[in-house]
Design a protein around this ligand. Structure first.
Ligand code: XMP
Length: 335
């Protein structure tokens, strides 16, 4: 039986009871799989890896070693939040790695989206491998991942040579010298199911219902070849968008919303002088399982306010655009 295929008989997890049954099953399965060995988890702080962390903390406690890699492509304050919530509040075994320079140096000058994804994915594995080697004397034999079913479906298409939409970096191979087996307790679940499981595990509502963030982070939103100045502009503009969505009750209503910044400059005027800058593109979509998506209508007054703030507060941005494309035909991310 291919364990990467969701059986047709598998019931959709929509209630706490179904989630509790799934959790009980997975606690047993994880304990049986890992025994007394240690498990390394890539904890990005997104819904998927957070739910996996909570599940594994419950299953094996301090045998879980969470590694949070700050690849320099995180949203504003995100790494700080991971350290606070998991390291301090949940008392997880957490290692924080600031790998910003490693990632940004490798990505310098690389404009092609799939190449960027491959570099980020490969470097992730390298960083984990470095951490794992350091921990190898302490019995780390497993690597846990927050892979979910849409990741697998898209990667299967890629492996079959069908027109792959994009390679999601969290489904990937490990270096051969490291005999990690994978622990992927939510790999057959769709996003909405992962959230139900997260709530059943007792994670805070805000964490479980926060919007997803792609593994390659802002790397696939800083379009084309990433530069530090444009990446910073994107991060600041994105923080303003999120702040305004929170304030206006849109954060609960909209599944995913973010800024993408293309490598294009246009002419503008600021302080009565010519001011060349990048456009910030707002994307705000609703979806159930990320396979298709519709556009959320944002009131114009809010859009005007966001535009005003971004163009005045963010260095390097001189226009704000709104993306009205559903999926299909656009994917949710731009790259
Ligand atoms: P697309 O752009 O394919 O995105 O319509 C669908 C959903 O997946 C997220 N996404 C990723 N998630 N690793 C992830 O864990 C990735 O490499 C990745 N790429 C896209 C995207 O943000 C959206 O929620």
């Amino acid at each position: 039986m291919d364990t990467n295929v969701r059986p047709e008989s598998m019931q959709r997890i929509t209630t706490k009871e179904l989630a509790d049954a799934f959790i009980a099953e997975q606690l047993e399965a994880v304990r049986a799989q890992v025994g007394d060995k240690k498990v390394l988890l890539a904890l990005s702080g997104g819904v998927d890896s957070s739910v996996v962390a909570a599940l594994l903390i419950k299953a094996i406690g301090k045998q879980l070693v969470c590694v949070h890699v700050n690849h320099g492509l995180m949203r504003k304050n995100e790494s700080e939040d991971v350290v606070r919530i998991f390291g301090e509040q949940l008392d997880a075994n957490l290692i924080y790695v600031d790998a910003t320079d490693r990632f940004l140096d490798l990505l310098a000058g690389v404009a092609e989206p799939e190449k960027k994804r491959k570099i980020i994915g490969a470097e992730f594995i390298n960083v984990f491998a470095d951490e794992a080697r350091k921990l190898s004397n302490e019995g780390v034999e497993f690597l846990a991942q927050g892979t979910i079913y849409p990741d697998i479906l898209e990667s299967i298409k890629a492996a079959e040579g069908k027109q792959a939409v994009k390679s999601h970096h969290n489904v990937g191979g490990l270096p051969e010298d490291l005999n990690f087996a994978l622990v992927e307790p939510v790999k057959l679940l769709f996003k909405d199911e992962v959230r139900v499981v997260g709530e059943a595990l007792g994670l805070p509502h805000a964490m479980v219902y926060r919007q997803p963030f792609p593994g390659p982070g802002l790397g696939v939103r800083c379009l084309g070849a990433i530069t530090r100045d444009r990446l910073n502009a994107l991060r600041e503009a994105d923080a303003i968008l999120r702040e305004e969505f929170d304030k206006n009750g849109l954060a609960e209503k909209v599944w995913q919303y973010f800024i993408a910044v293309p490598d294009i400059k246009s002419v503008g005027v600021r302080n009565e002088s010519r001011y060349e800058g990048w456009p910030a593109i707002i994307r705000a979509v609703n979806t159930v399982d990320a396979m298709t998506a519709t556009i959320e209508e944002i009131p114009y007054a809010i859009l005007h306010h966001i535009t005003d703030r971004i163009t005045h507060e963010v260095e390097g941005i001189n226009r704000v655009l709104l993306d009205l494309t559903p999926k299909p035909i656009g994917t949710i991310e731009w790259e």
